[in-house]
Design a protein around this ligand. Structure first.
Ligand SMILES: Nc1nc2c(ncn2[C@@H]2O[C@H](COP(=O)(O)OP(=O)(O)OP(=O)(O)O)[C@@H](O)[C@H]2O)c(=O)[nH]1
Ligand SMILES: [Mg+2]
Length: 324
């Protein structure tokens, strides 16, 4: 594969080249990694910018339904939409791909949309890099909006928020009058909270939930990247296609404000720093995973266990040997 050639094809909008490039970046083979790194470097200056929207929500909240309706609304406006997923639980991915194929049936047939399910990898670090590179590929390919979906489990929200310009939290109407078990940290990442299923019998509960969250958002510390009135909570119905235009208007208003004030570029620069740090850390950890390093570790672990060496001295010795 010729890197310059495939980069050119991606930039000119060749979908097969894009799909092949994503397959390349998903590969763990050393020669593929080298090629992928060269490709990412070649595309770095393509100069195109999409709006990257992270979308999180617990299973069943309506993410797939939302992406289908929202995506179709965007393509109807002439925008090109890419959908990616971060799904660290390999156990789930088999079923969720099948589920999404049927839930996003119309969007997946739309020529202005590109949907790429999560690869079945369980290591979040690997998934994070793969998704981040896939986002950059879609951006170089000229998509206007890149949606990055994640199911709300643990660390995956942070991963998605660190590669998004906007982070949207999808919630379901609550039964009771207390806030659902949404962790404070996740609330603090959200730029927009959408309470889904605001239709039929669920509408009053959705409106109550929405005002509860609007209140909770007002109590959070004000962030420099927000204009007055943000982050916001609103109700939508993905199923009945209600409130989606309004949600998009809010997103574009927020993005435009951040562009004008420099927060948009500032955030991307911060994210680049973050991922650089992550790559360095992961690179260091990978050095401990070679057969030689494992053998050295085992050897010194045994000496520490036998009381021949202190953990501190043994660790220093292992690191010295791995470095050389
Ligand atoms: N009433 C109503 N039901 C909805 C709405 N959106 C989604 N649903 C229903 O909620 C269920 C789950 O929707 P999905 O879109 O599959 O949810 P998901 O978040 O993608 O779920 P996972 O992929 O399992 O994480 C389905 O039965 C949908 O029809 C909505 O706006 N209103
Ligand atoms: Mg889904």
């Amino acid at each position: 594969m010729d890197t310059a050639d495939i980069a050119q094809k991606i930039i000119s909008g060749d979908r097969r080249a894009l799909a092949r490039a994503i397959t390349l970046i998903e590969s763990a083979r050393a020669d593929h990694r080298t090629q992928a790194a060269a490709l990412m470097e070649a595309l770095k200056s393509a100069g195109k910018q999409a709006v990257r929207i992270g979308l999180s929500g617990t299973p069943g909240v309506g993410k797939s339904t939302f992406i289908e309706s929202f995506g179709l609304m965007l393509t109807a406006q002439g925008l090109r939409v890419a959908v990616l997923a971060v799904d660290p639980s390999s156990a789930r991915s088999g079923g969720s791909i099948l589920g999404d194929k049927t839930r996003m049936e119309r969007l997946s047939r739309d020529p202005a949309a590109f949907i790429r399910p999560s690869p079945s990898q369980s290591h979040l670090g690997g998934v994070a890099r793969r998704t981040r590179e896939a986002v950059a590929l879609c951006e170089a390919a000229g998509f206007d909006v890149v949606l990055i979906e994640t199911v709300g489990v643990g660390q995956s929200e942070t991963v998605v928020a660190e590669m998004s310009d906007l982070f949207v939290l999808l919630l379901a109407p609550a039964g009771g009058d207390e806030l659902q078990g949404v962790k404070r940290g996740i609330m603090e990442m959200a730029d927009l909270i959408l309470v889904n299923k605001a239709d039929g019998d669920l509408k009053p509960a959705a409106m109550r939930t929405c005002s509860d969250y609007a209140g909770a958002l007002r109590l959070l510390r004000k962030r420099p990247q927000d204009p007055e009135g943000y982050p916001k909570a609103m109700t939508v119905s993905a199923l009945q296609d209600e409130g989606l235009h309004r949600a998009w208007d809010e997103m574009t208003a927020l993005v435009n404000w951040r562009r004008d004030t420099g927060h948009f570029d500032g955030r991307r620069a911060e994210q680049a720093r973050y991922w650089f740090g992550q790559e360095v850390r992961q690179g260091l950890l990978a050095r401990l995973e070679t057969p030689a390093a494992r053998a050295t570790m085992q050897d010194y672990a045994a000496r520490v266990a036998a009381g021949e060496m202190t953990p501190t001295i043994a660790a220093a010795e292992v690191l010295r040997q791995i470095d050389s």
